[in-house]
Design a protein around this ligand. Sequence first.
Ligand SMILES: CC(C)(COP(=O)(O)OP(=O)(O)OC[C@H]1O[C@@H](n2cnc3c(N)ncnc32)[C@H](O)[C@@H]1OP(=O)(O)O)[C@@H](O)C(=O)NCCC(=O)NCCSC(=O)c1cc(O)c2ccccc2c1O
Length: 141
Amino acid sequence: MAAPFTSQVEVRFRHCDPAGIVFYPRYFEMINDFVEEWFDKGMGLPFHALHVDRHIGTPMASVTCDFSAPSRWHERLRQTLSVQRIGGASFKALVRFEGPDGQLRLSATLTIVTVDLRTMKSMPMPADLRERMQDYLAPAA
Ligand SMILES: CC(C)(COP(=O)(O)OP(=O)(O)OC[C@H]1O[C@@H](n2cnc3c(N)ncnc32)[C@H](O)[C@@H]1OP(=O)(O)O)[C@@H](O)C(=O)NCCC(=O)NCCSC(=O)c1cc(O)c2ccccc2c1O
């Protein structure tokens, strides 16, 4: 079975609101950083080169997110990403954040589309991206 890509993020002071919990737009930034890390370290496709040298962009077309429990300053969250579906130009990924005790904090489903940055139109997913993504493809339920 394909293992998800896993990483950790520390909740910083700047992520938190006056109530002392992570403010939800900051979660979206953490998710984006995590996806970038997956490209760089998980798939071995440097995100910067993809954009700057190959003119391939990966904008978010759709995101749904459930926030299950609050996260607090100084906690280290475990992040996992698995690919749910690989289409022609798009792919769907499931991202989960868990607290130090394994408690689910958020679950997000992302649809990301490969685009030609010169036209901002979708383009068929490049073969190397498609191939490396297979390593994270979850078995069909
Ligand atoms: C995303 C678009 C460019 C798509 O428009 P286009 O007309 O070119 O695409 P198609 O109709 O041909 O569809 C291609 C493909 O995508 C699927 N799809 C399209 N729209 C949706 C949708 N709303 N929900 C789900 N799926 C969708 C469609 O089914 C096709 O799938 P196949 O697999 O069958 O090929 C265009 O819609 C657009 O430009 N949208 C705006 C995007 C945007 O502005 N997003 C927010 C800001 S971008 C952003 O935050 C961001 C940027 C990055 O660089 C990131 C990098 C890495 C991770 C995240 C990033 C990120 O969030």
